[in-house]
Write a protein of this length. Structure first.
Length: 86
């Protein structure tokens, strides 16, 4: 098991190195203005990743349908929700 894990880690590291080399090679082939766009896009992805990871889930919707509890079953409420969206 340990040997399999070590082989897997080596393969992952080799894949990362291959990926980085490929990215660097393609990056160098781009003109400077497109290289700048690539950097900007990477920054955007990093910002997007960090901002979504930090968001806390809001539970302020809990209890929002209390008034319908006695009027509808859960399935009927789902159907009503679909109607309300249209």
């Amino acid at each position: 098991m340990l040997i399999s894990l070590m082989i897997l880690m080596l393969l992952v590291n080799e894949w990362r190195m291959y990926l980085m080399e490929t990215i660097e090679e393609k990056f160098r082939q781009l003109p400077p203005n497109l290289q700048e766009e690539v950097v900007n896009f990477i920054d955007f992805l990093l910002t997007k990743t960090h901002s979504t990871a930090r968001k806390k889930i809001s539970f302020d919707w809990i209890g929002g349908l209390k008034e319908y509890r006695d009027k509808y079953t859960a399935i009927e409420l789902q159907k009503k929700a679909l109607e309300w969206r249209d």
